[in-house]
Design a protein around this ligand. Sequence first.
Ligand code: IVH
Length: 706
Amino acid sequence: MAAVVAPGCPTIRRMPAPDPAQRAAELRALLHHHAHLYYVLDAPEIPDAEYDRLFAELQAIEEAHPALRTADSPTQRVLGRVLDGLAPVRHAVPMLSIQTETDTTAEGARAFDARVRRELALGDDDPPVDYAAELKFDGLAIGLRYERGVLVQAATRGDGETGEDVTQNIRTIGQIPLRLQGAEPEVLEVRGEVYMRRDDFERLNARQREKGEKTYVNPRNTAAGAVRQLDPAVTASRPLSFFAYGVGEVRGWPLPERHSQLLDALAALGVPVSDRRAMATGAEGLIAFHRRIEAERDALPFDIDGVVYKVDRLDLQRALGFKTREPRWAVAHKYPAQEQMTRLNAIEVQVGRTGKLTPVAKLEPVFVGGTTVSNATLHNEDEARRKDVRIGDTVIVRRAGDVIPEVVGVVPDRRPAAAGPPFDMNALLGGRCPVCGSAIVREEGEVDWRCSGGLFCAAQRKQALLHFAGRRAMDIEGLGDKVVDQLVDGGLVRTADELYKLGVAKLAALERMGERSAANLLAAIEASKRTTLARFLFGLGIRHVGEATAKDLARHFGALDRIVDAPVERLLEVPDVGPVVAQSLRTFFDQPHNREVVERLRAAGVHWGEHEGAASPAAQSLPLAGRTLVLTGTLPTLSREEAKALIEAAGGKVAGSVSRKTHWVVAGAEAGSKLDKARELGVPVLDEDGLRALLAGAEGVPEEGS
Ligand code: IVH
């Protein structure tokens, strides 16, 4: 929710004017309530704009009455200053760590339950112990100190006795309440984990990639790094989340009897508590929870590295007590790791459906995140270089959730002397697409190399054919992905033109295709031959050429040949065609393969009506159709580019030098040798007014000096 509002936003006038102090308190309460619904419960009740309006109103009151600005005001989240260092904070109650059970099988849970029963001197006949079973969030432990319901301090765990003051950073996390709801205990220290959701992490990294900046290794390190920033603005720019899992110092707040009730109570105060927790009875209950969460692990929106079991009754927790720095009443039961080290054996390049070339790491197979991984993405050339990944390196592979396995970094200490050279896509591929041999290109400002093969490249063929047949392109009904897969895999169709050579017999032989559907498809293919230039152009699937651009091009040029041969400068004259689109068109039509496919399509009978090819007849009737002009010197009002654009819009051509074929020379001040040449060859010379008359279609344009 954007809580940033432009100054000067109108505030609502009320009749009668409310007491500002009262209204500010009202607004704070409203904003806290709606922020909780939005950030914690993910169930907003008002639109963002309404929240922003309330926020702006509070901001305006605080501006007018600075004394009304309170520490828990929602306007105060992101107003920290850059620090020289993080101040130490002594924990009133030590922040302990937790014993880890590394046996990831059911035995891990049994061993813990057996220990607890032994310590509590329970016999075989005694009932099973009740446990609170929770997720083990993978982030950074934080203690949030609320005094009289207001967040006053946030600290990291540090060594357990002394942590670091990260209050101003923690305040920027929307999920963390600045004020507790419905109670104001003297002191309540909430403990929990700051973490980063996987989707937030992926988005953050996507942004980094776009900016050409370093990507982050994993959500945990990113979250931890963000919390320990000296500049709160940096923390505020990282999407962080929080879950509470316990308490530290508590004064003036009645503790319930059980840990599970404690978490319920925290949730009621507006603190985020995961609802993926359960009461588990005895070892069997723990094992069932461990299994259930393991099955759900990949689908969770955040990383966990295990589950945590806690004896639920607080009196039993007290009875069990601590063993040095760890409570005897809790254990972390791990899952197989989602990051592993392995050897990088080779780097291959995959061609995606749009021609995008992705470097893929070929790995010594490794068990990570629940499966054996032998391929992992390196994303793109810049990423591979930034990570300085080399063949022979020991790399860290990550596989979490549905995200495809990726190489997140190398272990520099383990680089062998014989490691390969730094990654270089062009050198690796010898400048050619590994599938079709076309030139590979990496346009300025782009992170990806691409195969320029377009329709010719097998890896792009299926996608290209589907696009060609699409409703907004050639509109071939019945040519869906199942059919296209078979046509391409069976070698029946390589490029779009070959669709027009298919016969009923070949089509009917495809899977799930009877005589009747084959005949229908054939009819649809036949019908598609009559089309429009715009649809045809769009159907070619040229990068950056969408439906609207295809229409603009068709309208401007009128004929395909003119587009195929147009230099970048001419393409740029089309409304909404910028350098990227123009270059993409050139790259496409400069590939002989693509030109051939276009020719074969026309030869197969694909055509567009003259009236739709539009500009053909219209172009003929333009005032300067078929005329060549040369510009020289400085015109009084028109720039060279403007004059050129006007001439071309009128159907004329601007040439760089004067010859007998030149129809007119347009001369301005300080015209040079071109004017001499014109006089020498007897080519008519015009000034700017003369040019304007020409453009307006005037006949018998007066020549300069005549
Ligand atoms: S309870 C005295 N519960 O795991 C017990 N910890 O050492 C205190 N963690 O640093 C920890 N999820 O940051 C607890 N549901 C959970 C947890 C959890 C993650 C972290 C915590 C701690 C580490 C264990």
